[in-house]
Design a protein around this ligand. Structure first.
Ligand code: CMC
Length: 454
């Protein structure tokens, strides 16, 4: 992708009151939805004197900054729209497989049958990991968080494939993408088995991607693992829903770290670290912990009051989104999926609490006024738990799916001629220049200062 921004005859006029000068910042409109932007670099011209750096745009948490131009995922937060490469998430969740979606994200088009067969074959035959990765995982404590294990083992993979550092070679990029998609489920399943104290189950190449993953997680003494088809379908859909979400925290981490031209294993490890946080991928885990803490539907009103009063900085986990301000389209699909899964495994007390929480929150002014709706994580955790996944494994499942998006975004960034090493600016608000010796002499008597220095 080496597109350049379109030129535009229209421009914002900026008048600098300090000098009286007027500047033009070209106003660019691009893409099927007509996204409009100015280049932050155009603000640099606004300065009092040519020696000055120029005017910065200040945007903590990048609330209004586009860090790239991307063709992968489209989100309209106000209308609750999510599309991968133009295809609505609802259609993909209904009709596609996860590997088809991974192909779509990376290549930009759905595969033909021969393309799909090659893609699936290549991924299937790279699922094994080096035995030393297995030993590396065995070195973790019995109670290690599986995200820590996944993150470190993914970073460790980089040392097994030094050729992957040649990120400008398309063949190397392809094989690294295949390896990451293939091996992450294996590492994730090994992490699961390690924590449980169970022997590791090696990949079964006769199974589909999702079936094989479930086999590595759950197989015991049976010669061939047969997964529950309702669970296979649920996981396939959940993987599709989590596959990409444009420039979220972990994807931005992968892009920022990858922009240093490090290998993709290291860049993806950075994405996994970002996903670990409770405000991002850790939210599905946090939802279940919150529900367990509430314990009974009768405690919900007090809990909601605590959230509203901000006591203990309590949040209703699984609600709210930086981008979606009407509803999260993934949440609607997950809710339907949850109905299917719970029809089979039965409804429990936690689901009752979740339904009641949702009902109260959707009718409460606090949540309505702030446009807080259930996000993808609200019901995801309940589905995972009904499939017998432990709570701290939920974010691992998110990572196994999101790697498809991280890799597509990473490669798009590498091929984008406009991208450089990510290096934001800052507005410095610390002290001006001051002298070191004077300050120390005031704080410590001479003898004490000499002893500190030794
Ligand atoms: N519960 C209660 N109040 C909330 C919540 C919540 N879940 N989310 C936001 N608010 C309030 C917040 O206190 C603030 O109120 P006020 O204006 O009175 O100060 C207002 O809503 C705006 O909040 P914000 O923090 O400025 O919103 P944000 O866009 O920065 O945060 C968020 C987005 C997802 C971090 C946040 O909604 C949140 O913490 N939600 C709970 C965690 C969660 O479910 N995360 C999963 C996100 S979806 C999966 C993913 O993409 O990773």
């Amino acid at each position: 992708m080496s597109h350049t921004a379109p030129e535009s005859p229209e421009a914002l006029e900026i008048r600098d009151p300090r000098t009286g000068a007027t500047y033009r910042a070209p106003l660019r409109t691009e893409g099927p939805e007509g996204d409009t932007y100015i280049r932050a670099a155009d603000l640099r011209a606004v300065r009092r004197d040519p020696a000055e750096f120029g005017t910065l745009s200040y945007d903590p948490a990048f609330m209004n900054t586009a860090s790239c131009r991307s063709s992968i995922t489209f989100i309209d937060g106000d209308q609750g729209i999510l599309r991968y490469r133009g295809y609505p998430i609802e259609q993909l969740a209904e009709q596609a497989t996860f590997l088809e979606v991974a192909y779509l994200l990376r290549h930009g088009e759905l595969p033909t049958q021969p393309q799909y067969d090659t893609w699936v074959h290549d991924i299937t035959y790279h699922t094994y990991v080096h035995e030393n990765i297995r030993k590396f995982l065995e070195g973790f404590r019995y109670d290690a968080h599986p995200m820590s294990m996944l993150c470190s083992a993914t970073a460790a993979l980089s040392s097994f494939y030094p050729q992957a550092r040649d990120i400008h070679d398309p063949q190397q990029r392809y094989i690294s993408i295949i390896r990451l998609l293939a091996k992450l489920p294996t590492i994730a399943a090994f992490a699961y088995r390690h924590v449980k104290g169970l022997p590791f189950i090696y990949p079964d190449n006769d199974l589909t991607y999702v079936e094989n993953f479930l086999s590595m997680v759950a197989r015991m003494s049976e010669p061939k693992y047969e997964a529950n088809p309702v669970f296979v379908k649920a996981l396939e859909v959940l993987f599709i829903l989590h596959a990409d979400h444009e420039q979220n925290c972990s994807t931005s981490a992968v892009r920022a770290v990858g922009s240093s031209h490090v290998d993709p294993f290291s860049a993806v490890a950075a994405g996994i670290a970002a996903l670990f946080g409770p405000l991002h991928g850790g939210a599905n885990e946090a939802v279940l912990r919150m529900i367990t803490e509430i314990g009974h539907p009768k405690h919900i009103p007090a809990f909601i009051e605590a959230v509203k009063s901000g006591k203990g900085e309590q949040r209703l986990m699984g609600f709210g989104h930086r981008v979606y301000k009407s509803y999260d389209p993934r949440a609607r699909i997950v809710k339907k999926l949850a109905d299917e899964v719970f029809a089979q495994v039965g409804m429990d007390k936690d689901l009752e609490i979740a339904l009641e929480l949702e009902r109260i929150a959707l009718s409460d002014d606090y949540f309505i006024a702030r446009k807080l709706y259930p996000n993808v994580d609200f019901y995801t955790g309940l589905i995972y738990r009904s499939m017998a996944f432990p709570t701290d494994f939920f974010t691992v499942l998110f990572a196994v799916a999101r790697v498809a998006g991280w890799l597509a975004q990473w490669e798009e960034m590498i091929l984008d001629k406009e991208q450089k090493i990510a290096r934001p600016r800052q507005v410095y608000v610390g002290p001006g220049k001051r002298d070191y010796t004077d300050a120390l002499a005031e704080k410590f008597p001479r003898a004490r200062k000499d002893s500190i220095r030794k």
